[in-house]
Design a protein around this ligand. Structure first.
Ligand SMILES: *[C@@H]1O[C@H](CO)[C@@H](O)[C@H](O)[C@H]1NC(C)=O
Length: 227
């Protein structure tokens, strides 16, 4: 798989739309309903990984013909988390990270696995002291070029995957008080209603943005401590 993917990491300063190349589009899923398209198409991942150097077109498999082409709504049925991640612009940075991590994207497209996605607001990602794919330990051992070259890009991808997976829980529904562990780490996480819905670390849940057949997207005001 490594040879198929050419990581294109953008390390420039601001976390903003300038960082993006809409290279990975129209992958495994049928087109979104027209009402969703403007949002979905304007998604701009920070890191674009899934580029097939062997030719144009997405690396993902072709659409599954058994899937309905135009899901009528997100009220369950056949609509997957992968369909709705791009709907809310307030989390489009995180949605872009998910797209860059193939295993995460596949999970959100998998009807046999439920997931609670804990999606931090763009503002929370922008406030981080470093990019989600940066790890001070890498700079410590490798210096300022830690993310250059093929090895560097692999390293960045691994770090980004850790960040993404710390924000995906392998369960849904997720009742209050129920302790679970994120896909990517060993720390218990639960929620309670106390001056609003809160996760450990006093991370506030802004809303549950979507409930679909294979889970929910929760929007968080903060980022989990994933390091
Ligand atoms: C998966 O999540 C959806 C949305 O919360 C829920 O309706 C469904 O019952 C869940 N399925 C399982 C097997 O837990």
């Amino acid at each position: 798989m490594k040879s198929l993917f050419v990581p294109v990491l953008a390390f420039s300063a601001a976390v903003s739309s300038q960082l993006v190349l809409p290279l990975f589009r129209g992958g495994s899923r049928p087109p979104a309903p027209p009402s969703l398209q403007p949002l979905a198409r304007s998604q701009t991942p920070l890191v674009n990984i899934l580029v097939d150097p062997a030719g144009p077109g997405p690396v993902m498999p072709p659409p599954d013909p058994s899937r309905p082409v135009d899901p009528p709504s997100n009220s369950g049925g056949d609509v997957m988390l992968s369909d709705v991640m791009g709907r809310d612009r307030s989390i489009n940075l995180f949605a872009g990270f998910v797209r860059d991590i193939e295993s995460a994207s596949q999970r959100l497209d998998d009807s046999s696995k439920n997931t609670t996605v804990l999606a931090p607001l763009n503002s929370a990602v922008e406030k981080l002291p470093r990019k989600p794919w940066e790890d001070p330990r890498d700079y410590g051992t490798l210096g300022p070029n830690a993310y250059e070259g093929d090895d560097g890009q692999d390293r960045a991808l691994r770090n980004l995957r850790r960040f993404v997976e710390a924000h995906m829980l392998p369960v849904n529904p997720w009742p209050a008080g129920e302790k679970v562990k994120a896909i990517g780490d060993d720390l218990d996480i639960w929620w309670e209603d106390k001056d609003g819905t809160k996760l450990p670390g006093n991370i506030e849940v802004v809303s549950i943005a979507s409930t679909v057949a294979n889970g929910q997207v929760w929007i968080l005001k903060g980022v989990r401590n994933y390091a």
